[in-house]
Design a protein around this ligand. Structure first.
Ligand SMILES: Cc1cc2nc3c(=O)[nH]c(=O)nc-3n(C[C@H](O)[C@H](O)[C@H](O)COP(=O)(O)OP(=O)(O)OC[C@H]3O[C@@H](n4cnc5c(N)ncnc54)[C@H](O)[C@@H]3O)c2cc1C
Length: 244
C-alpha cells in the first residue's frame, strides 16, 4: 500500500539561512526534486528532519511554514528561534546540506470567507500568521486584518519591519506591535502586554470577527481569558496554535 504523501520524508536542500534577529533565523529550503514541493494551506506546519553525517535520522521538530503557499512554487521558509540542541544544530546548516521535510500538517489555517481577522502573535509564534497575511497580500483582497505582535525588545522582533511596511501600504492591514520590556525612545507602538484595553483601543470586538493566536502558553492563556471576559465565544471564534 502506498504511503500517505504527507508522511513521506522528502529530501530538501538548504538554500540560505537569513538571520532576522540575534536569536531568530529564516531557513530557506528547496526540494531536490521539484515535484516534491509540499502543497500546504496558509498556517500549516511541517516536520523538519535533521540527519547525521552518514544520512541516518538524527531528530525532527515541527515548524510552521512562514511563507504563503502562492510564494512556494520552488522553496519554503521556516522562521526558527534558537532554543535547545535542535535549533542550534539547524542554525549551523550550510547551503546545499540535505534535510527532510514531512507534511504538511495542522488545522490552524486561514479561515475561509471574508470575516475580519484579529491576530495575536507572541514572538516566533508569528510564523503561521505571517503565512496567512502574505497569502492575503498575494490574493489581492481587502479582508480586514489586525495583527497584535508582542515581543520583549525591538531587536528580538522578527519580521517587524516587514509588517510595518505592509501597514503603510495596505489599508486593510493594521499592525499593533508592542514591546513588554524596553522600547526605544522613538518607538511608536505599544509598551505593555496585550490586554483587553489594548484590544478595545485598536480593534472591534464582535460576533463576526475571527480571532487567531499563536505564542507561548501563558501568552495564549491570557488572551483567551480577556476574550472570554469581552464576551467572545472562544469555542467558535478563537483559533489557536501552541508551539508546545
Ligand atoms: C505545530 C508547531 C509549530 C511550530 N512552529 C515553530 C516555528 O515556526 N518556529 C519555531 O521556532 N518553533 C516552532 N515550534 C516549536 C519547535 O517545534 C521546537 O519545539 C522548538 O524549536 C524547540 O527547539 P529546541 O532546539 O529546544 O528543540 P529540542 O527540544 O532540543 O529538540 C527537538 C527534537 O530533537 C530531539 N533532540 C534534541 N537534541 C537531541 C540530541 N542530542 N540527540 C537526539 N535527538 C535530539 C528532541 O528529542 C526532540 O525530538 C512549533 C511547534 C509546534 C508543535
Amino acid at each position: 500500500m502506498a504511503l500517505n504523501p504527507v508522511l513521506v520524508v522528502r529530501r530538501f536542500r538548504v538554500q540560505e539561512i537569513k538571520w532576522e534577529t540575534a536569536e531568530t533565523y529564516t531557513l530557506v529550503l528547496a526540494p531536490e526534486d521539484a515535484t516534491d514541493m509540499v502543497a500546504f494551506k496558509p498556517g500549516q506546519w511541517v516536520y523538519l528532519h535533521l540527519f547525521n553525517q552518514d544520512g541516518t535520522p538524527w531528530a525532527k521538530a515541527a515548524y510552521s511554514i512562514a511563507l504563503a503557499p502562492e510564494e512556494c512554487s520552488q522553496r519554503i521558509e521556516l522562521g526558527i528561534k534558537l532554543h535547545g540542541d535542535f535549533t542550534k544544530r539547524a542554525s549551523k546548516l550550510m547551503p546545499d546540506d540535505v534535510v527532510g521535510v514531512q507534511g504538511p500538517f495542522g488545522v490552524f489555517v486561514l479561515p475561509p470567507g471574508e470575516s475580519p481577522l484579529v491576530m495575536f502573535a507572541g514572538g516566533i509564534g508569528v510564523t503561521p500568521l505571517r503565512s496567512m497575511i502574505r497569502s492575503l497580500v498575494k490574493s489581492g483582497g481587502s479582508r480586514s486584518v489586525t495583527l497584535f505582535y508582542s515581543n520583549k525588545y525591538v531587536e528580538e522582533s522578527p519580521y517587524l519591519e516587514e509588517f510595518m511596511a505592509l501597514a503603510e501600504s495596505a489599508s486593510w492591514f493594521r499592525f499593533i506591535p508592542t514591546l513588554t520590556q524596553q522600547a526605544p525612545t522613538d518607538w511608536k507602538g505599544e509598551r505593555s502586554r496585550i490586554d483587553l484595553a489594548m484590544l478595545q483601543k485598536h480593534a472591534v470586538i464582535d460576533m463576526n470577527t475571527t480571532y487567531l493566536m499563536c505564542g507561548p502558553r501563558p501568552f495564549m492563556e491570557s488572551i483567551r481569558g480577556f476574550l472570554k471576559e469581552a464576551g467572545i465565544d472562544v469555542k467558535k471564534q478563537l483559533k489557536e496554535e501552541l508551539f508546545g
